[in-house]
Design a protein around this ligand. Structure first.
Ligand code: ADP
Ligand code: MG
Length: 327
């Protein structure tokens, strides 16, 4: 478990991380999402205490890192693996050498380091490339080496700061697939820092939205998508603003479907039961945290809007009114 309590960090009087409290349960893939400059990387450095917060406490696996001295902290950091956007590999070493480097502080035998490095390279699908030099590898393969290195010292937490931001979409997917596997098979807690909502959507169980150093929303994605007015959710379902050309007297609503409820039968029945000309303005279906979820935007004639909205809410659906009657 990772627990941040009221953590703040200022640079020249300006807050980069501002009074952040977060609890990340063991075994979760937790996303920290936000725009550039939101404070994500600062928060990542605070979690492993590469950066000391001005205020607040950081606890990882029941050890309060903020209470430790430098020597103890160096040992505790071995429990936190870190993966970077720019891979941060040494080009003077082979692929295997880069992974072994992470083990050299541990003081085991050379043979043990070699075995462990091989095991980690096998895990990330590069078992046959141990003798290659770094520049022979593609970006995606280099990031796999970065992940193997981060896992070598058997951490309980993997911290990933924009690890896929330099990669193309296909390579990104394969790295995220690897993260999901690591999370499931090794039970690692993964803190996934990203500016890309798609990364959160495909891989995270929970997420926090960071803005100007503050957490403005957080929760399990399955709960977040059921939360009216959630900003994370509107980014998960990018339907955009109400299009031009919708009559001023029409009502526009977004219906969120989660876990099983399908939109077509619901909408067909609405039109029939209310004898109303309901049109679909947009729809997105996504797989979020392993659940099928979707959001459909409807235009409903103003005179039946109140009844339609009451009907949908009675079915337990989440309705947001974007224009018109807010029944
Ligand atoms: P993100 O990773 O979300 O893009 P950062 O954590 O890198 O955001 O930065 C948050 C804010 O803190 C930015 O305004 C940035 O300029 C500032 N900042 C980050 N690191 C430093 C630093 N070492 N010195 C001064 N300002 C910094
Ligand atoms: Mg950053």
């Amino acid at each position: 478990m990772i627990a941040l309590e009221r953590v703040s960090k200022h640079y020249g009087g300006v807050p980069a991380v501002d009074d952040v409290s977060l609890t990340i349960p063991t075994g979760e893939v937790f996303g920290i999402v936000g725009q550039s400059g939101a404070g994500k990387s600062t928060l990542a450095r605070i979690v492993n205490l590469l950066e000391r917060p001005d205020r607040g406490t950081v606890t990882v696996d029941d050890v309060e890192l903020t209470a430790l001295g430098e020597t103890e902290l160096r040992a505790a950091r071995r429990r936190i693996g870190m993966v970077f956007q720019r891979f941060n590999l040494l080009s003077s070493r082979t692929v295997r050498g880069n992974v072994e480097l992470a083990l050299e502080l541990d003081g085991g035998s050379r043979a043990a380091r070699r075995d462990r490095a091989q095991e980690m390279l096998d895990l990330v699908g590069l078992g046959h490339r141990g003798d290659a030099s770094i520049h022979e590898l593609s970006g995606g393969q280099q990031q796999r080496v970065g992940i193997a290195r981060a896992l070598a010292s058997r951490p309980s937490v993997l911290l990933s700061d924009e690890a896929t931001s330099a990669l193309d979409p296909e390579t990104t997917d394969s790295i995220l697939e690897l993260y999901r596997r690591i999370n499931e098979e090794l039970g690692l807690t993964v803190l996934l820092i990203t500016h890309e909502m798609d990364v959160v959507k495909s891989t995270c169980h929970s997420a926090a939205l960071l803005e100007q150093g503050r957490v403005v929303e957080q929760g399990r994605l399955v709960d977040v998508i059921r939360t009216p007015g959630s900003r994370l959710t509107s980014q998960l379902f990018p339907l955009g603003p109400v299009p031009d050309g919708v009559p001023a007297d029409a009502t526009v609503i977004d219906i969120t479907f989660a876990g099983g409820t399908a939109d077509r039968p619901v909408i067909a029945r609405l039109a029939r039961d209310h004898d109303a000309d309901v049109s679909i303005l947009g729809a997105v279906v996504e797989r979020i945290a392993g659940t099928q979820a979707g959001r459909t935007r409807l235009e409903v004639p103003g005179h039946v809007a109140g009844a339609v909205i009451a009907d949908l809410r009675a079915q337990g659906l989440l309705i947001e009114v974007l224009q018109g009657v807010a029944a």
